[in-house]
Write a protein that binds this ligand. Structure first.
Ligand SMILES: Cc1cc2nc3c(=O)[nH]c(=O)nc-3n(C[C@H](O)[C@H](O)[C@H](O)COP(=O)(O)OP(=O)(O)OC[C@H]3O[C@@H](n4cnc5c(N)ncnc54)[C@H](O)[C@@H]3O)c2cc1C
Length: 309
C-alpha cells in the first residue's frame, strides 16, 4: 500500500513541485544521489574506483517532453563519456530512453541513442539501457536489439525486470542473442495482469531467470549483471557459479549508490566485478521516490529529518 502511494507520488507533478521545495528532501536524497553536477559525480566515482568498485553513471532524467531536451540529454551523455575517458575512470553509463525522447518519437530517441553508443564505441566504453515501466518494454527491447546488432554486446546492454511475467521469454531470447543483460526485480508500479503482485514470487522468479540466463558453457557469449542488494540472491549467484564452474568474467554484481556499501566492498574484495550505479543531476525526484518506495525505513528516515530540520 505504502509502496503504491510512493510510486504514485514519484510520477505526480504536484508532489514533485511540493517535495523538491524542501532543502531536507535534497539532503536526504544525497544518500542515493552523488550530487547535482558531473564534477561531484566524478569525485564519487574516484572514491569507488579506489575501493576496487567499478561504476555505471546515470545522468538523472526521464519522460522529457521536447526534442531539444532529449538532444541536450544525449549531448550530456557524450560529455560524460569524454569525462570518463579523460579522467581514466572505471565507469560506463546507464540511461533511460524516455530521457532521449521516446515519448516524442521512437525515431528521435533512436537517433539520440545511436550518437551516444557510437561515441561509447569510439572510446571503448559501454551503454546500458535502463528499463522503465511495462509501457516501454517492447520499444526498449526493439531499440536495444537495433543497437546490439550495430554495436554488439561490448558497447550496449539492457535491463530485464523479474517482476514481469513476460521476462522469462525475453531473457531466453536475449540469451540466445548473446546479449548483455542487467537483471533486477523492477521498480515501477505495475498492474497484476503484467507483473507478479507478491514479492515472494518476484524473488523466486529472479532466481529462476538468473540461473537460466547464465551462460554455463560460454556458447552464447551472454553476460549477466545481477542487480540486487538481496543477500539471498547474491549468495545463490555465488553458489551457482561455484558449483557450475562458471568463470567470473561471465557475470557481475550491480548495486545502487548508497545502498549496502559494505556488501559492495566485500564482493569486490572477494574478486567479483562489483558495479555501482551512480546517479547524479538535478532531476533526482522520481529516482529518490522509487528508493523510498523500496524500503519503508527510508521514508521514516526522511520524515524524522523533516521534523528535525
Ligand atoms: C544497478 C541497478 C540498476 C537498476 N536498474 C533498474 C532498471 O533499469 N529498471 C528498474 O525497474 N529497476 C532498476 N533497479 C531497481 C530494482 O528493480 C529494485 O527496485 C531495487 O534494486 C530493490 O530490489 P533488491 O533486488 O535490492 O531487493 P529488495 O528485496 O527490495 O531489497 C533487498 C535488501 O536490499 C536493501 N535495499 C533494497 N532497496 C533499498 C533501498 N532503496 N534503500 C535501502 N536499502 C535497500 C535492503 O537491505 C533490503 O532488505 C536497479 C537496481 C540496481 C541495483
Amino acid at each position: 500500500m505504502l509502496r503504491s502511494v510512493l510510486l504514485y507520488l514519484s510520477e505526480a507533478a504536484w508532489a514533485k513541485a511540493l517535495i523538491t521545495r524542501f532543502f531536507v528532501a535534497r539532503r536526504v536524497a544525497r544518500r542515493f544521489v552523488a550530487g547535482e553536477t558531473l564534477a561531484e559525480a566524478v569525485q564519487a566515482v574516484r572514491k569507488l574506483n579506489a575501493d576496487g568498485l567499478t561504476v555505471t553513471l546515470d545522468y538523472l532524467g526521464e519522460s522529457v517532453q521536447s526534442a531539444q531536451d532529449a538532444s541536450e540529454a544525449a549531448d550530456q551523455y557524450i560529455h560524460i563519456l569524454d569525462t570518463i575517458a579523460s579522467n581514466n575512470l572505471r565507469a560506463t553509463v546507464s540511461l533511460k530512453l524516455t530521457q532521449l525522447g521516446l515519448n516524442i518519437s521512437e525515431e528521435l530517441c533512436l537517433g539520440n541513442l545511436r550518437r551516444i553508443v557510437e561515441h561509447a564505441r569510439e572510446l571503448s566504453n559501454h551503454v546500458t539501457i535502463d528499463m522503465e515501466s511495462h509501457h516501454y518494454t517492447d520499444a526498449t527491447l526493439r531499440i536495444f536489439r537495433e543497437m546490439h546488432r550495430s554495436f554488439g554486446r561490448a558497447h550496449v546492454g539492457t535491463v530485464i525486470q523479474a517482476y514481469l511475467y513476460r521476462s522469462e521469454q525475453d531473457m531466453a531470447a536475449l540469451k540466445a542473442e548473446g546479449a548483455f543483460v542487467r537483471l533486477c526485480k523492477g521498480a515501477y508500479k505495475e498492474p497484476p495482469d503484467v507483473a507478479f503482485p507478491r514479492k515472494a514470487d518476484v524473488d523466486a522468479n529472479f532466481l529462476k531467470l538468473m540461473r537460466a540466463f547464465i551462460d554455463t558453457d560460454g556458447s552464447t557469449g551472454a553476460y549477466l549483471g545481477v542487480a540486487s542488494h538481496d543477500q539471498r540472491i547474491i549468495d545463490a549467484m555465488r553458489d551457482y557459479a561455484t558449483s557450475n564452474n562458471i568463470p567470473r568474467n561471465r557475470f557481475e554484481f550491480q548495486m545502487l549508490y548508497g545502498i549496502r556499501s559494505d556488501l559492495q566492498r566485500k564482493l569486490a574484495q572477494e574478486g567479483y566485478t562489483m558495479r555501482v550505479y551512480v546517479p547524479f543531476g538535478t532531476q533526482w525526484y522520481p529516482y529518490f521516490m522509487r528508493r523510498l518506495a523500496e524500503r519503508p525505513a527510508n521514508l521514516w528516515f526522511f520524515i524524522s529529518n523533516f521534523f528535525r530540520s
